[in-house]
Design a protein around this ligand. Structure first.
Ligand SMILES: [Zn+2]
Length: 262
């Protein structure tokens, strides 16, 4: 499949351009909603470009639009917007992993955070918000950043899951023996016949109501080891937002598995 779009320009328009003009803005960064996913679009003026070109550079989650001289950057952005479906499809096909590295943007509890490497401090991880930008800061040697951040996210996942699972176990009058958080990709959670619950640590990337539903789902399996109408009635009685959470997972779940993968 073609990986770029071109738009022909009318020659006449170009001929009408005055020879001298105020310097044009050179670039513009914006976000475009591509099938529910916000994609950064960088619009750049390209002195040698003959037409508007939209590209998705390999290894980069951002779309780049080149516009020729005399064409407004906003026109380049409008072009990207008109191709939002194509951008979404291409990004899905590529299924690119988002590694844990300085400057990468990842969701944490459903909100976008920028990963910041903070050198020269003891190896800890913390969350902060500076000028409206949420950050996940990772101190210590940069080589250990992916592992440190993964370990930290696993701990947060376990803490939040324990809270939700205890709440639902009490409400449903049941109990679990242990709760573990793993790097599982096939399922978000599972429940053993011995009453131990297991979850993917990536649930911490999803919004809280999704993590909460996944906890309710597995705890309900302690009572009903199947997906029978009785099981769903139990889930529905205690976790009325389950449908919304299922819809969210259907739309965004696969993408979460690409985050922090190596
Ligand atoms: Zn289930």
């Amino acid at each position: 499949m073609n990986s770029s779009f071109r738009q022909d320009r009318r020659r006449a328009r170009r001929a009408q351009e005055p020879r001298t003009r105020a310097p044009e803005r050179e670039e513009l960064l914006a976000e475009v909603d591509c099938g529910g996913r916000m994609v950064e679009v960088m619009v750049r003026r390209q002195p040698r470009a003959k037409r508007i070109v939209l590209r998705l550079p390999q290894g980069c989650p951002r779309a780049v639009v080149s516009v020729p001289p005399g064409v407004a950057l906003s026109e380049g952005l409008a072009f990207a917007r008109s191709r939002a479906d194509w951008i979404a499809r291409r990004l899905d096909e590529r299924g690119e992993v988002v590694p844990f590295a300085h400057g990468m943007r990842i969701p944490y509890r459903g909100e976008e955070h920028v990963i910041m490497h903070v050198p020269g401090r003891r190896g800890t991880v913390w969350r902060e918000e500076v000028a409206g930008v949420r950050r996940l800061c990772v101190a210590g040697d940069e080589a250990h950043l992916p592992r440190r951040l993964t370990d930290w996210l696993k701990r947060q996942a376990r803490r939040e899951l324990l809270k939700s699972c205890r709440k639902y176990a009490a409400a449903m009058g049941t109990r679990f023996s242990r709760l573990s958080v793993r790097d599982q990709k096939s399922r978000w959670g599972s429940c053993s016949s011995k009453g131990s619950l297991s979850f993917s640590w990536r649930v911490i990337l999803a919004p809280d109501f999704v993590l909460d539903y996944l906890a309710a789902h597995e705890v309900a399996h302690l009572e009903e080891m199947n997906h029978s109408p009785r099981f769903w009635r139990l889930v529905d009685a205690h976790c009325p937002h389950w449908k919304e959470a299922e819809r969210w997972l259907k739309k965004h779940g696969a993408g979460l598995h690409l985050i922090g993968a190596s």
